[in-house]
Design a protein around this ligand. Structure first.
Ligand SMILES: NC(=O)c1ccc[n+]([C@@H]2O[C@H](COP(=O)([O-])OP(=O)(O)OC[C@H]3O[C@@H](n4cnc5c(N)ncnc54)[C@H](O)[C@@H]3O)[C@@H](O)[C@H]2O)c1
Length: 556
């Protein structure tokens, strides 16, 4: 996020953040420790987010879609809260993967590791979710991690079948569909939660509290980005090696892989995964008639096509604009402009055929958000000039900067990097000749105060641990686990209270619909090359109003 920070400067920024959160906690300004208690217990995150361990049995749940993200959710779920009793995926390879997990990805540990060697016998598998809903009567809830185009139809069917639903983000392919999902949940009297996991990240919660404390001064600008480099060729018969001096791939490491489907050079683009022979054999014939995808390519590479995916804004931008909205007091933006280009993959490659990808590979957007005293800001003030500008970019040809959000205020700067680190720097005060945050590369990290985070669980589950210098040494929870625990807790309360003591998850349909509106409207603005003002009625589920240009979905 910040091009010029040395490791020492980063460490200093982290220590500053921990000092400030510690100070705010001691002075009672930050609720985290007050709620969780100074001796951090396993209930740390739960205490902060307001849920508890379940009394009685875990909620019986099925996972629909066991690809990359479904695998993460399987790996991250806590069996004390949710018991997975069935899984469903169209692709035979991903049904298998649900049990085995991925050897090289710790987060995707697989059902067998969690439930033991009988997992495959006890946890039933299905290709068709309607079949599963008909046969598995004990399922109380479903988790949906399928391609964007299928979220609304699957969620609505499950809600109608009486299941509580946790659906992955983006909520739906169109804003009209988001409204249909909210209405379906209401009609079925069931919970609808959407998987924007930053609502359950302690890191983001603390960062938000630091902004609220005013320590950054007047915040007028947030810069957010997620840049990646998807231009390297994929190699067959060996891993790609790179010349350490030039960074160029060493071609003799293996033949450059050619895509079996498009006959083009395959790049190491996570959104163009290879298609497995086993999936082709089982699905090629009736993928369209049975499952509504045009073909296997559309199913496997759904992110590349306008019908099935929402591009970089839906996949990456929605998370970060969600974070910006939270930082600014859960407000909706006022306007958006942007430029999206199809400038890398648009080029002819390999045998000269045009690349089939429809979505933009570079997006650059600028949003106006209401500041605290704007009529639409948190204080509902009168100052129409109280505007915060949020810029967001996502590109596919350079991965130099780590992804994250940089909140710039008149008294300081806060950087959130990779969902793992927060760094804080003060501005230099010219009146006091104060040095601001020392930025010399020899700065050492000695946060005088005790580290705020004494033990991992508050910040991120058992894996996380704080170092003596106040840094968090192990990866901290990105919020998936807490999001699913809270979902289970809400369901228990919903069932037990018979309507008297209900509680909604932190990212219900109405909140997630705002994130969908932000991402999809930005896409419309880029397509039309127009400045679009967000209308209040779009955010109202009771209104049928949607932006001009909201996709009319072509059903196959
Ligand atoms: N919250 C996050 O940080 C995060 C991260 C990655 C992906 N996601 C979201 O998770 C969802 C899935 O993404 P992914 O990366 O796992 O994609 P993926 O392609 O790896 O997996 C999707 C799976 O759904 C299956 N599927 C498709 N249609 C189905 C249907 N009708 N019934 C049953 N199974 C079906 C596919 O066969 C595939 O295995 C997307 O909505 C994506 O935006 C969220």
């Amino acid at each position: 996020m910040a091009l010029n920070l040395t490791p020492d400067e980063k460490a200093l920024g982290k220590a500053n953040f921990l000092d400030v959160t510690g100070d705010l906690t001691r002075r009672g300004f930050m609720k985290s420790m007050a709620v969780a208690g100074s001796a951090v217990t396993v209930a740390g995150a739960a205490g902060y987010f307001g849920y508890k361990k379940l009394d009685g049995k875990p909620v019986k749940v099925a996972i629909i879609g066991t690809g990359d993200e479904g695998g993460v959710l399987i790996g991250e779920h806590n069996p004390e809260f949710l018991e997975i009793v069935a899984i469903c995926d169209i692709r035979p390879t991903n049904r298998k993967r649900a049990y085995t997990g991925d050897k090289d990805v710790a987060l995707r540990k697989g059902l067998t590791k969690v439930y033991g060697s009988d997992a495959e016998k006890n946890i039933h598998q299905y290709a068709d979710y309607k079949d599963m809903l008909a046969k598995e009567k004990e399922i109380e809830a479903v988790i949906i991690a399928t391609p964007l185009v299928s979220h609304a139809p699957i969620a609505i069917d499950c809600l109608k079948a009486g299941k509580h639903v946790l659906c992955e983000k983006l909520m739906a392919r169109t804003i009209g569909q988001c409204k249909d999902m909210i209405r379906a949940a209401k009609a079925a009297d069931r919970i609808l939660s959407i998987g924007h996991q930053r609502h359950y990240s302690m890191l983001y919660a603390h960062a938000t509290e630091v902004i609220r404390s005013g320590i950054l001064g007047d915040v007028r600008h947030i810069r957010a980005l997620w840049h990646r480099n998807f231009t390297w060729p994929r190699m067959e018969g060996g891993k790609t090696r790179y010349n350490p001096e030039t960074g160029e791939p060493i071609v003799d490491a293996g033949k450059q892989a050619i895509d079996a489907v498009t006959k083009q050079l395959l790049l190491r683009d996570g959104w163009t995964p290879p298609i497995a022979a086993e999936d082709i054999a089982e699905l090629e014939k009736d993928i369209r008639s049975k499952y509504g995808y045009k073909d296997l390519v559309e199913l496997v590479r759904w992110r590349l096509y306008n019908r099935t995916g929402g591009g970089l804004m839906a996949e990456l931008g929605s998370h970060q604009l969600d974070a910006c909205s939270i930082f600014l007091g859960k407000v909706h933006p006022l306007s958006v402009v942007g430029v999206g280009t199809h400038s890398f993959y648009g080029h002819e490659a390999g045998d000269g055929k045009p690349n089939p990808r429809e979505i933009d590979d570079h997006v650059f957007t600028t949003f106006e958000f209401p500041g605290p005293n704007h009529p639409k800001g948190p204080n509902k003030g009168k100052d129409k000039d109280d505007i915060v500008v949020v810029t967001y970019s996502s590109i596919s040809t350079n991965g130099f900067e780590p992804y994250g959000e940089c909140v710039t205020g008149s008294r300081g700067t806060m950087l959130v990097e990779n969902e793992q680190n927060v760094m804080l720097y003060t501005e230099r005060d010219p009146n006091k000749k104060s040095p601001g945050t020392p930025r010399s590369s020899t700065a050492t990290v000695s946060s005088g105060a005790k580290p705020v985070v004494e033990a991992g669980p508050t910040w991120g589950g058992p894996a996380a641990a704080a170092t003596a210098s106040g840094g968090v040494s192990a990866p901290i929870s990105r919020g998936y686990r807490e999001e699913m625990e809270d979902f289970a807790y809400c369901i228990k309360l919903w069932n037990d209270s018979k309507g008297t003591d209900r509680r909604w998850p932190r990212c219900p349909g109405e909140v997630a619909m705002a994130d969908a509106i932000i991402a999809l409207t930005a896409n419309i603005a880029m397509k039309k090359r127009e400045r679009i003002e967000f209308q209040d009625t779009w955010f109202d589920p009771a209104s049928s109003s949607v932006p001009d240009g909201d996709l009319k979905l072509e059903i196959v």
